[in-house]
Design a protein around this ligand. Structure first.
Ligand code: ARG
Length: 591
């Protein structure tokens, strides 16, 4: 379906032509004086030059041509030549009824679906997830879902960090603790044990201990570097140990992401890209892109128009070791080979901006991807505490994701108990509800900010049932569900209800806002901006609640009116539920 605003623009354009002017002046926008009108067209002012006429006269010709419009009820000349437009109530009702009957809520899917690989999450094996990983998971998941809704083929890849120094640190630490394990015996040729020599909680303690040690103990650090190197060269015992680390860690990560309602299509790892490195490096050398500089192999990527310095891409260090950059380039080779993507989208901390500038330029320059492949780094800002500094635990440590979620759920639990309208809730149900609402609080709190900006994680505000919060949106959804349930309980059939012309201002406002779903979601996708969906559903929820407070819906005696309202509510419910599904959370049955 065309968006409402496009339909109105087309109508006004036709009127411009009918009045003898070019249709290109007929573009309509939402009114910035909602007290006066719903839409406005400023085209007469722009047309002044071409026709050498007073804009008010042009506008008045166009208004005349709109007199018998079925779409526009009233077009009034205002000020220097604005057209203030009100649309027909019947037309609006028809538009919404069509939207209600459309199983994609009036939004057309993209005409030429693209294959998009979205690289998000990016956890590091054996290190517990912390709040820094939260944003990538939340934003990435929502963009993936948004892309799917719009019809693109979205492939979400977690891109596990499994290849860095952390592996050598863990291996070395285990060796110090359990030196007799066969993994460390270079002469061992038998089968290694199937069972990992550690549990996830041990592993999570091993890494920070080893990491701390490496900062004060030079010898230990060198051992870890050596172990990392030998692992990367394929030392058998280390590979076996690495496999254990992977299994234990990945199972835990999967469970954690599940709690966040985040799901990846691919569980690819940095190590998967390693086999592509030798050929890639050879190609870069053969074609003359890569050259030696102080022993390292580098590719220049700076451009004349650069405002800040863009250092060359280091492909191999002087000891021949590959780097994060090398891995990302080789991952591009692999992705190109396996998926031929039209677009690569990375949802990664904005502090990695330079890394991605280098990687993208190098990939294009050396032809790892065709010229038309789009590469985008959506760099997100930091999640700060109320003190404006990166979010920490009360004692100043790094807050683990699990603990953060548990804390929010507890706050949510207390709020729901406090609020309890229906005293018939049992504890288990409140707990379940707290989890659902808690997740919405966290995700909406994050997504409602522009991704690139830092934001303040404020549990009190995020869990509030009022204001621009996840719980407020869910509260609105639950309110509609409850009205529809009561309507059904009284024998009503929601599916048979039809949307009719509005009878009040608040109803018309709600209808207009509902109709704006199409441009809101389309625009959010074009700009990779989930916060625009949040802004849209917040405005929609406000309209809904305003209408609700002004209207006695279920006790209305005029059946046509009541049925129209129920149909409208049902449509708003579908729009809200679709929107939160795209954002990556859901609503409870009641709260
Ligand atoms: N594991 C990395 C980190 O924790 C993030 C990976 C992002 N994705 C990528 N292709 N570089 O910083």
């Amino acid at each position: 379906m065309n968006s409402l605003i496009d339909v109105i623009s087309a109508e006004v354009s036709a009127a411009f032509e009918k009045a003898g002017y070019s249709g290109k002046y007929g573009k309509v926008t939402e009114s910035n004086r909602p007290d006066l009108c719903e839409f406005q067209c400023n085209g007469a002012m722009a047309a002044k030059k071409e026709y050498n006429k007073i804009p008010r006269d042009i506008a008045s010709d166009v208004a005349g041509a709109l007199l018998d419009s079925k779409i526009i009820d009233n077009a009034e000349v205002a000020g220097p030549g604005f057209l203030n437009i009100k649309i027909s109530n019947d037309f609006l009702a028809d538009y919404l009824q069509n939207m209600n009957e459309d199983d994609h809520l009036g939004v057309d899917k993209v005409k030429n679906p693209k294959t998009v690989i979205i690289d998000y999450g990016g956890p590091n094996v054996a290190k517990p997830l912390h709040v820094g990983h939260l944003r990538s998971a939340i934003i990435g998941e929502s963009i993936k879902r948004l892309g799917r809704f719009m019809g693109d083929k979205m492939i979400g890849d977690v891109h596990l960090g499994d290849w860095g120094l952390q592996m050598g640190l863990i291996i070395s630490e285990i060796q110090e603790r359990q030196p007799d394990l066969p993994y460390f015996d270079p002469d061992f040729e038998g089968e290694y044990p199937e069972e990992a020599p550690f549990t996830i909680s041990e592993l999570e303690e091993i890494y920070p201990t080893a990491s701390g040690k490496s900062k004060v103990d030079e010898e230990f650090k060198n051992k870890a570097l050596q172990a990392t190197h030998e692992l990367q060269l394929g030392r058998r015992g280390y590979i076996a140990l690495w496999n254990h680390i992977m299994n234990v860690s990945v199972n835990d990560l999967k469970a954690n992401y599940k709690k966040l309602n985040v799901e990846f299509d691919l569980w690819k790892k940095e190590s998967d890209a390693q086999p592509y490195i030798p050929d890639m490096v050879q190609m870069m050398k053969d074609k003359g892109y890569a050259y030696e500089d102080n022993g390292a192999l580098i590719v220049d990527v700076k451009e004349d128009t650069d405002k800040k310095e863009v250092p060359p891409c280091i492909i191999l260090k002087s000891d021949g070791a590959s780097l994060y950059t090398t891995t990302d380039l080789a991952t591009i080779v692999e992705r190109e080979k396996l998926f031929k993507p039209d677009k690569l989208l990375y949802v990664v901390d904005k502090r990695q901006e330079m890394h991605f500038i280098q990687v993208f330029r190098c990939a294009k320059k050396t032809g790892l991807v065709p010229e038309n492949v789009e590469m985008q780094h959506l760099g997100f800002g930091t999640m700060n505490g109320k003190d404006g500094k990166p979010f920490k635990t009360r004692d100043g440590g790094v807050m683990r994701l699990e603990n953060l979620i548990a804390e929010i759920n507890e706050q949510m639990y207390n709020k729901i108990v406090e609020n309890k309208a229906g005293a018939d809730f049992d504890k288990a149900e409140i707990e379940e509800t707290s989890k659902i609402v808690g997740l919405a609080a966290i995700k909406y709190g994050d997504l409602s900010n522009q991704a690139t900006k830092d934001y303040i994680f404020d549990p009190d505000r995020f869990t509030s049932f009022e204001g621009n919060t996840g719980p407020y949106i869910l509260y609105t959804i639950v309110r509609i569900k409850s009205i529809l349930e009561r309507f059904k309980a009284a024998g009503g059939n929601v599916e048979e209800c039809r949307i009719k012309a509005p009878v009040s201002e608040s109803e018309k406002s709600l209808m207009l806002q509902t109709a704006a779903f199409n441009p809101a979601i389309t625009n959010a996708y074009e700009e990779t901006a989930p916060h625009k969906i949040c802004a849209y559903i917040y405005a929609l929820s406000n309209e809904l609640n305003h209408f609700y407070h002004e209207t006695k819906i279920l006790s209305e005696e005029d059946e046509t009116k009541k049925s129209s309202w129920i149909a409208l509510l049902n449509l708003v419910l579908k729009v809200l539920e679709q929107s939160i599904d795209v954002l990556g959370f859901e609503a409870p049955e009641r709260m």
